[in-house]
Write a protein that binds this ligand. Structure first.
Ligand SMILES: Cc1cc2nc3c(=O)[nH]c(=O)nc-3n(C[C@H](O)[C@H](O)[C@H](O)COP(=O)(O)OP(=O)(O)OC[C@H]3O[C@@H](n4cnc5c(N)ncnc54)[C@H](O)[C@@H]3O)c2cc1C
Length: 474
């Protein structure tokens, strides 16, 4: 069977581009190793309860933003609940809800982290955030020198508007702006930057930091029914979806590709890989393609996530998302902040009545989890530590916990073929034109997902989907 497009992987990138191509009447097949669609943004079932795998928030579903633009072009409207506050940040027993409304947020901030420059700083964050999303028309390809020059030119208006924030490290900018702030406030800012930018403030420019701090001023959503349901709904018109179908190798032929699963061979004129650029070389025997992907392995920063999944039965009312910040880094992690997401109390698809499904995550490094002698003990220790932190800080009783278990970068590798998570952090060193793009030097071979342009998360990956749509001329 010959398809026009074979999309390998059903993460945000793979499912969205496959749905888009399908909506344009292209002959497309979508292959997913797992039974669930969505990758890091999926939902899975464990011992009778459902959990969101990684992602729990949907940002960018509003007019003028890329997620809504792409969903609209597919003809898809997801079932969502707007979240406001987007998150509640808890540090030293102080709760700071990140309200969308500027004045409402500033009021709480001034009580919890008073500073004479607060209004000026957050007004700047708000302005950069709203100005940034008005910029359209930029695209990215680094296929050859000409396409690199054209793409850089397309970024000129954006670069000119934000030059002074692009050329300076976020840490320096924040320090200079406030003329020094206390450790606690800095940690509050740093923790929120890390969850969006996937890099500490000292490694990124101030524009990236401002967008990370400002995303709660945008519309954010909770996905009803769990993320996998969104993917099932988005892809429902695609005839050829192969679940439980890992592509084990891909052979380049003169004008097409052969894709091998355990027991079948598929053929396609074009292949779009949603596997990360760090994990794709092994799929090919062709030396030129192997070399292409090997080149990008140097961008792999080994950053990843440690996960705690919980089901609780509780009468308490919870917000959808919390960030719990403590003074010191948790052992075997890269962070002092834990991100905790609760299912909506009325979301009976995700948790039974009176129950909450909880997905908690913290940044870690893949290399912390490679010693088979210590792996089990480390996992148990961190799991218990995170569990205690959640129970203590959110006043949940031990007896309300119905089920709890953890996952490490090794688990992600086993299920999703990737242990690096969060894609390419956009750091001062790792920016255009060094990022891998959605097209490649190899005819008919494309990439989509958070390890290629533009970045991680729904808005980042969707910018890449839009870019790919343009590069494919569909
Ligand atoms: C803990 C955590 C929390 C996060 N929270 C948020 C959040 O709240 N909001 C947000 O916007 N983003 C969040 N993110 C980021 C976001 O989830 C990811 O950036 C995004 O989901 C990545 O999408 P992707 O297109 O790169 O595909 P991936 O999620 O990487 O999916 C790729 C898919 O390809 C499949 N695959 C790989 N190789 C093969 C093969 N050979 N054959 C067949 N199938 C294959 C995998 O099984 C997987 O399903 C979070 C990430 C993590 C890890």
């Amino acid at each position: 069977m010959m398809f026009e497009y074979a999309v390998v992987g059903s993460g945000i990138g793979g499912s969205s581009i496959a749905s888009y191509l399908n909506s344009k009447k292209k002959d497309v097949a979508l292959f997913e190793k797992e039974p669930y669609l969505g990758g890091c943004s999926s939902t899975f079932r464990h011992k009778n309860f459902n959990y969101n795998t990684g992602a729990t928030t949907l940002s960018g579903y509003e007019d003028g933003f890329v997620v809504k633009e792409m969903f609209d072009s597919i003809g898809f409207s997801p079932k969502l609940i707007q979240t406001d506050p987007t998150i509640v940040v808890i540090q030293n027993k102080k709760a700071t809800p990140r309200y969308k409304d500027f004045e409402k947020f500033l009021n709480v901030l001034e009580t919890n982290y008073p500073h004479p420059k607060n209004r000026e700083f957050w007004a700047l964050i708000h302005k950069i955030n709203s100005d940034f999303y008005k910029h359209n028309g930029h695209y990215y390809s680094n296929k050859n020198l000409f396409s690199k020059i054209c793409s850089l030119a397309s970024f000129t208006p954006l670069g000119l508007s934000f030059f002074k924030y692009l050329a300076v490290s976020a840490s320096h900018f924040i320090d200079d702006f406030f003329g020094g702030i206390d450790e606690e406030y800095l940690q509050f800012l740093e923790s929120q930057i890390l969850i969006v930018a996937q890099a500490p403030a000292k490694e990124i420019n101030f524009l990236t930091a401002a967008l990370s701090l400002g995303y709660t001023f945008n519309v954010n959503h909770y996905v009803v029914g769990g993320f996998s349901r969104l993917f099932d709904d988005m892809t429902k018109n695609i005839k050829n979806i192969y679940r439980d179908s890992e592509i084990l190798s891909i052979e380049k032929k003169s004008d097409s590709f052969e894709l091998y699963t355990k027991d079948e061979i598929f053929r396609a004129k074009k292949v779009i890989l949603n596997s990360t650029v760090y994990d794709s070389a092994k799929l090919f025997s062709d030396a030129k393609i192997k070399e292409y992907y090997k080149y990008y392995e140097k961008l792999n920063n080994n950053q990843s996530s440690f996960m705690l999944y919980l089901t609780i039965k509780s009468e308490q009312k919870f917000h959808h998302h919390y960030q719990l910040i403590q003074k010191e880094k948790f052992a075997n992690t890269l962070s002092c902040a834990l991100f905790v997401s609760f299912s909506d109390i009325d979301d009976l698809n995700l948790a039974p009545s009176g129950h909450y499904s909880i997905t908690a995550s913290i940044h870690t490094n893949v290399q912390f989890w490679q010693n088979p002698q210590t792996y089990k003990a480390q996992k148990k220790e961190l799991k218990n530590l995170l569990l205690d932190t959640i129970l203590n800080q959110l006043s949940i009783k031990k007896e309300e916990v119905i089920q709890s278990f953890a996952a490490t970068p090794k688990s992600f590798n086993r299920y999703l073929n990737r242990s690096q998570l969060g894609g390419n952090a956009i750091s001062m060193e790792n920016f255009l034109p060094f990022l891998p793009s959605n097209d490649t030097k190899i005819n008919g071979l494309y990439n989509v997902g958070d390890s290629v342009y533009a970045a991680q998360g729904w808005p980042g990956v969707m910018l890449g989907v839009k870019n790919l749509q343009r590069l494919l001329h569909v």
